[in-house]
Design a protein around this ligand. Structure first.
Ligand SMILES: Cc1cc2nc3c(=O)[nH]c(=O)nc-3n(C[C@H](O)[C@H](O)[C@H](O)COP(=O)(O)OP(=O)(O)OC[C@H]3O[C@@H](n4cnc5c(N)ncnc54)[C@H](O)[C@@H]3O)c2cc1C
Length: 493
């Protein structure tokens, strides 16, 4: 059997590596075709902890890939300026680690009592170990005697990661071709028979993987699969990107700062910060966005050029159609606020490997796969939408329109109602089976982080453990003594 992947961006090479790794004992040839004239999107530099699992699966040590990709550790996303009216300047959404099972109960309890109007302490970073590490700028690497598993992600240079994965994929036997695909020929049943290359070559395969980026060459253009836009839910459709000088202490977190008509990421690599203003072109034009980004970074002089990008936010209605599967930007994109794109790429590849293998390399489980992937995209989208829905900024029409946006999914409406009705959010998340998308802790971080609470009641029942749980604070502080500075973690590599 031959599988042909179209596209040599991060999605294409992640798929090539995982296929080659999983089907190493099967008579399957994997070919990856890309066009250097088209190139890759070259952004996407923050991950979730699933990328750690990716490298672990492939048996690639951090010391092998991280320094090659100017990579740093990531334990947290700091959201700054999203909810000024609640009096909260910034809040953390840390990656949840095993050890948090000891402290998350106190966090939930405090959020619950705060929802009843009591003045409890609800800052997520104070209840979750990675939040504490981010505050101290410590890395997530534990000494051998530390008995809990830490979850963390990475920041990396996407071009360098692409090169690394290409090299590794080729070592695993992936055949790499360079060609511009100009069309396809189909079988009578609508399956793709072969790809037509601009140089006249034809590439045939039994299965095709479309990783051609936003152009969605095979899925949308050739097979006519419809694209479901999320523009109603998520307004941002453009970004302007610019590097800046890295600080002497390299942060162990991504910062997402709200600006007038969107937000700006700040991603620390070992040699630079990557910055990007993600905005809605319905509210601000590219020139205004560039000026605002430069002001925000205090880099008005033109020593660095900005890159402008358009984003297509939404996803395919069908992810596996005939003998073709869409992955990466060819499949869909939810804006980068929680850095979920590569996370979704990896989850989809893993689900596809399971379903394709279970169906004995046929299309037996196609419908089941499509349903699972759609569910994934929609639930991740809802979490991102919630950020915009509950913002309390009043400085532009953009933020007010986001707050007043009525286009919420039924699932999100239910979650918000349960929260505001002061009912059990944990139970609702279980009822909706959401734990594997964004789980209970993440939802508490978001809702507490925005200060989505009723006013504090006039009468308070005095002070006690509920106000600031000192035991949790000293427990987490004690745990953090096992960790060393982020810089030290990087030097170890
Ligand atoms: C502004 C922005 C910020 C982002 N931030 C993050 C983030 O922080 N974290 C995250 O996980 N993700 C992020 N992403 C998403 C991330 O960049 C992508 O998911 C990732 O780079 C994978 O892209 P890709 O491989 O699907 O597409 P691309 O990188 O665009 O690759 C497309 C490939 O298809 C090939 N190709 C296209 N047409 C043809 C043709 N006709 N013939 C032959 N080959 C062809 C190209 O040569 C290229 O190799 C961000 C995206 C944007 C736009």
């Amino acid at each position: 059997m031959r599988i042909c992947i179209v596209g040599g961006g991060t999605a294409g090479w992640m798929a090539a590596n995982l296929f080659a790794h999983h089907w190493t004992d099967k008579p399957i040839e994997i070919v990856l075709v890309e066009s250097p004239e088209v190139g890759i999107v070259g952004v996407g530099e923050g991950s979730t902890p699933t990328l750690k699992r990716f490298f672990e699966m492939l048996g690639i040590a951090e010391s092998d890939w991280m320094s090659r990709c100017n990579a740093t550790y990531k334990v947290n996303i700091k959201f700054a300026g999203w909810s000024p009216q609640s009096g909260i300047d910034d809040y953390s959404h840390p990656f949840i680690s095993q050890l948090d099972t000891f402290s998350q109960g106190a966090f939930f309890m405090n959020c619950r009592t705060r929802r009843l109007g009591l003045a409890t302490h609800t800052s997520p970073a104070d209840f979750l170990l990675n939040g504490v590490l981010a505050q101290q700028n410590k890395g997530p690497i534990t000494p051998d005697h530390f008995p809990f598993r830490m979850e963390y992600g990475y920041h990396f240079d996407s071009y360098l990661l692409g090169d690394f994965l290409k090299e590794h994929g080729k070592k695993l036997g992936v055949i790499h071709k360079q060609a511009f695909i100009s069309g396809i020929e189909k079988q009578l049943n609508g399956d793709i028979k072969h790809l037509l290359c601009a140089d006249g070559e034809r590439i045939s395969a039994e299965l095709f993987i479309d990783c051609s980026g936003f152009s969605s060459l095979l899925m949308q253009q050739q097979l006519g699969v419809k694209f479901k836009s999320y523009h109603n839910n998520l307004f941002n459709d453009a970004a302007v990107v610019m590097p800046s000088t890295i600080s002497s202490a390299i942060p162990v977190e991504t910062t997402a700062t709200a600006l007038s008509n969107g937000w700006c990421w700040k991603i620390p690599l070992t040699n630079r910060f990557g910055n990007g203003y993600v905005y809605s072109s319905d509210f601000i034009n590219s020139e205004q966005a560039e000026t605002e980004l430069r002001q925000h970074l205090n880099m008005m002089e033109n020593e660095h050029n900005c890159r402008h990008l358009k984003m297509k936010v939404g996803c395919l209605e069908t992810h596996w159609q005939n003998n073709c599967v869409g992955l990466g930007l060819a499949q869909g994109f939810i804006e980068p606020l929680e850095a979920t794109a590569l996370h979704l790429v990896q989850i989809c590849i893993e689900m596809f490997i399971d379903d394709f293998s279970a169906g004995n390399f046929t299309q037996q489980f196609q419908a089941q796969y499509n349903q699972k992937v759609t569910e994934r995209f929609e639930r991740v989208r809802d979490y991102i939408v919630a950020h915009y829905k509950i913002n309390t900024r009043n400085d532009s029409e953009y933020w007010r329109a986001n707050r007043n946006n009525p286009h919420l999914s039924e699932s999100l409406i239910q979650l918000l109602e349960v929260w505001y009705r002061r009912e059990d959010l944990e139970q609702e998340i279980k009822r909706q089976n959401l734990e594997s998308h964004f789980g209970t802790v993440s939802w508490h971080c978001l809702l507490a982080g925005y200060g989505a609470f009723p006013p504090i009641a006039d009468k308070q029942p005095g002070t006690g453990d509920l106000y600031v749980d000192q035991k949790i604070k000293s427990f987490l502080h004690g745990c953090s003594l096992n960790f060393s500075a982020h810089q030290h973690n990087l030097e170890r590599l």
